[in-house]
Design a protein around this ligand. Structure first.
Ligand code: MG
Ligand code: ZN
Length: 186
């Protein structure tokens, strides 16, 4: 089995400019690159998998093609820095979305659908894997998938208290979160 660090995208890796999708809006969160590099350095057997809610698609702010173009750009920039991302999963749905995207799905975090699919696709050992994000919905999705979860105080800084989980570790940023994982796994 494999080990993974599942990471939210907006507000955790890149700054969330609000429905982020334009290539020129790609800007990294504080210590995000340092955190990802630390995974490669200290946790080289961990796969990095991005798990992202993209309700902007459901709401018509941008389409799936624009989302994938942004992802291609993000992954290319990271690759150039020596940071390989194994895979990414996105939820394009929202309860107040348009057309086929309007639904109460099981993939929008805090639901664990995307993570469960990734666990199956990549044969992930949940007992050794982590979920990291800037919203309690990320933490709750991780808990729902039986991962150990970490909230980072970048981006949304856990503003969605309706999803609050008592047991989570709270980190300053992605680098701090990875330092916690390095300590926790030993
Ligand atoms: Mg986020
Ligand atoms: Zn969904």
């Amino acid at each position: 089995m494999n080990k993974a660090i599942f990471i939210d995208r907006d507000g955790t890796i890149n700054k969330d400019s609000g429905y982020t999708h334009k290539l020129e809006d790609l800007e990294f969160e504080d210590n995000a690159i340092e955190g990802l590099k630390l995974i490669k350095e200290k946790l080289p057997f961990y796969k990095i998998i991005i798990i992202t809610n993209q309700a902007g698609i459901a709401k018509g702010h941008y389409d799936e093609n624009a989302f994938h173009s942004f992802m291609d750009h993000l992954l290319e920039v990271l690759e150039r820095k020596g940071i390989g991302i194994e895979d990414y999963y996105f939820c394009p749905h929202h309860e107040k979305g348009l057309g086929d995207y309007k639904k109460a799905c099981d993939c929008r975090k805090p639901n664990p659908g995307m993570i469960l699919k990734a666990i199956k696709d990549h044969d992930i050992d949940t007992s050794k894997s982590y979920m990291i994000g800037d919203k309690w919905a990320d933490v709750k999705a991780g808990d729902n998938a039986e991962l150990r979860s970490i909230l980072v105080m970048t981006g949304d800084k856990g503003n969605d208290i309706e999803n609050k989980v008592e047991s989570a570790f709270i980190a300053k940023d992605l680098k701090d979160a990875i330092e916690y994982v390095v300590r926790d796994k030993n």
